[in-house]
Ligand binder design. Structure first.
Ligand code: ZN
Length: 142
């Protein structure tokens, strides 16, 4: 029997991110008071403590900050999917704005910290889309 992927627990703070992904948008929380982006979402701005927070669509561009190659499945759904790359991406909108996602469309030997990446949306189930990142091909910057 096919086991489905583990799915996120949706609440008011996480739902905009996952709904955005299903609609092909990378959405990150932003503070309306100081203008800074915040990830992961939280009830108050971690910079100025304002609770006036919105969600905004991002460009989807960033750079690879760090990564690890996962070779061991922690859940039955991943057994046929290892190895895969889990990456920390620094989004271009703000220095230090990090997002953890899969790195896809990239051979293990081609991974370089600091390389430019762009978001792609990977459907893994009828109700789950994962924002993932792929290298921006040389000369392929939009
Ligand atoms: Zn703020």
């Amino acid at each position: 029997m096919e086991v489905g992927p583990p799915t996120p627990m949706l609440d008011d703070l996480s739902r905009p991110y996952w709904d955005g992904a299903r609609n092909g948008k990378l959405v990150v929380q932003r503070c309306a008071a100081c203008g800074r982006f915040i990830n992961w979402p939280r009830p108050a701005c971690r910079f100025c403590l304002s609770d006036v927070l919105t969600f905004e669509e991002m460009s989807g561009r960033g750079t690879l900050y760090s990564y690890t190659i996962t070779r061991q499945a922690f859940h039955p759904w991943f057994v046929d999917r290892v190895p895969y790359v889990v990456a920390t991406i620094e989004l271009e909108e703000q220095k230090g704005l990090m997002l953890v996602a899969n790195l896809v469309e990239c051979d293990d030997t081609g991974i370089r910290v600091g390389m430019p990446v762009e978001v792609v949306f990977v459907d893994v189930g009828p109700e789950l889309t994962l924002p993932s990142f792929r290298p921006v091909a040389a000369g392929g910057v939009k």
